[in-house]
Design a protein around this ligand. Structure first.
Ligand code: PLP
Ligand code: COI
Length: 366
């Protein structure tokens, strides 16, 4: 359901009547955690078949009204994105590859039979919110403003067909570390459940994928792990990804491997960026299938030296330990490996404007 060319939409502004006090905000920004605190405003844009995209607004952050028959509440027509804004050393503000999030958002929209949003409108909406709430950047080391654009079917209709009305929104959340354990490396549980099957929605960033991952994730937590790992649906053999991150494996011959984008995993923007950075470092990067059995064997023989997870929220996070019903195995020393740290540093320094951005990934907005 493609939409016509970007309308010249003007955002209506309704400033928050009672924004957070400087003291409350300072407390949040000094200890932001992940995903529990939100800035003062939010963006809302509506779409209907008749009017296309309209009613672009910057509103006080707060609850929204939904018809109980809104299609999203019944058939889960919902998609989202996750990206970060960074406060730069010179006081400026930058987004990292927002156009890539816009493109993936529309790919998700197509898979979920939803209206597509013009990419420049998506990016503009994100920028408007960041500039409106520019005093919501965390003051902690490694902090950023996490942006969550999302869209849902708002039409009140119980028939099973694509809705004819959608609402797109963006909210902003000051973010510190995604993992609260504070441990230098995460521990993962290999799930018996399946996340995505060929022909399904695994490559889309739709809420339903995450709903289906909650039982496996809760199981991982109950067993004392930080994240869940999913294997392929057909053979339950090949490593796909974590509940909210892609995976990379580093070998003693200097090569790295990441599972291919087969349609069942999310095409991570961090993943794609790291592939480019690793190649620039002279590493051979293979996008190939890798089995759990091989991983275990390679970890034991020392052929596999590091494993890391990557994503917007998690950045680059070392995997220290893996467990399934057959027992557990440790990766390398169980802590962060050298290559993981190097690639993380390369990425973060570009995102924060400390290293040259030769790829045009950093979009300065202030
Ligand atoms: N895989 C899943 C299932 C995710 O939820 C995410 C997070 O967005 C990723 C991978 C990593 O994607 P990105 O690097 O674009 O944040
Ligand atoms: C992200 O990294 O942005 C994610 O969406 C992962 C998780 C928080 C769902």
């Amino acid at each position: 359901m493609a939409t016509t060319a970007a309308p010249a939409l003007r955002f209506t502004r309704v400033p928050h009547p009672a924004p957070a006090t400087a003291q409350v905000r300072a407390e949040v920004l000094a200890n932001p955690g992940f995903g529990t605190k939100f800035s003062d405003h939010m963006v809302s844009i509506e779409w209907t078949e008749a009017e296309g995209w309209h009613k672009a607004e910057i509103l006080p952050y707060g609850p929204i009204a939904l018809d109980p028959a809104a299609a999203v509440l019944h058939y889960a027509q919902e998609i989202f994105e996750g990206l970060k804004a960074y406060r730069l050393a010179d006081g400026g503000i930058a987004l990292f590859r927002p156009e890539a999030n816009a493109a993936r958002f529309n790919a998700s929209a197509r898979r979920l039979a939803m209206a597509e949003i013009p990419e420049d409108l998506f990016v503009q909406a994100v920028e408007q919110l960041v500039l409106t709430d520019a005093d919501w950047f965390p003051t902690v080391e490694g902090g950023s403003l996490y942006l969550r654009p999302f869209m849902f079917a708002s039409e009140a209709f119980l028939g099973v067909r694509p809705a004819k009305a959608y609402r797109f929104m963006v909210i902003a959340s000051p973010a510190g570390n995604y993992f609260k354990s504070g441990s230098p490396a995460v521990s993962i549980w290999v799930s018996d459940y399946t996340r995505a099957a060929p022909g399904g929605t695994g490559a889309a960033k739709c809420g339903g994928n995450y709903a289906a991952s909650l039982v496996p994730t809760a199981e991982a937590f109950a067993r004392g792990h930080d994240q869940v790992l999913f294997l392929d649906a057909a053979e339950h053999k090949w490593i796909e990804e974590l509940g909210g991150m892609n995976l990379f494996f580093a070998f003693d011959d200097g090569s790295i491997l990441t599972p291919p984008l087969s349609g069942t995993i999310l095409p991570g923007i961090t993943r794609e960026s790291l592939i480019a950075l690793a190649r620039e470092e002279g590493l051979t990067v293979r996008e190939e299938r890798y089995s759990l059995d091989q991983w275990r064997a390679d970890a034991a023989s020392g052929k596999l030296v590091e494993t890391f997870a990557c994503g917007t929220a998690a950045v680059v996070t070392p995997v220290g330990k893996v467990a399934d019903h057959n027992g557990e195995f440790v990766i390398g020393s169980g802590g962060p490996g050298q290559l993981t740290q190097k690639l993380r540093q390369r990425l973060v320094s570009i995102q924060r404007g400390e290293a040259e951005d030769t790829h045009g990934w950093v979009r300065k907005i202030a």
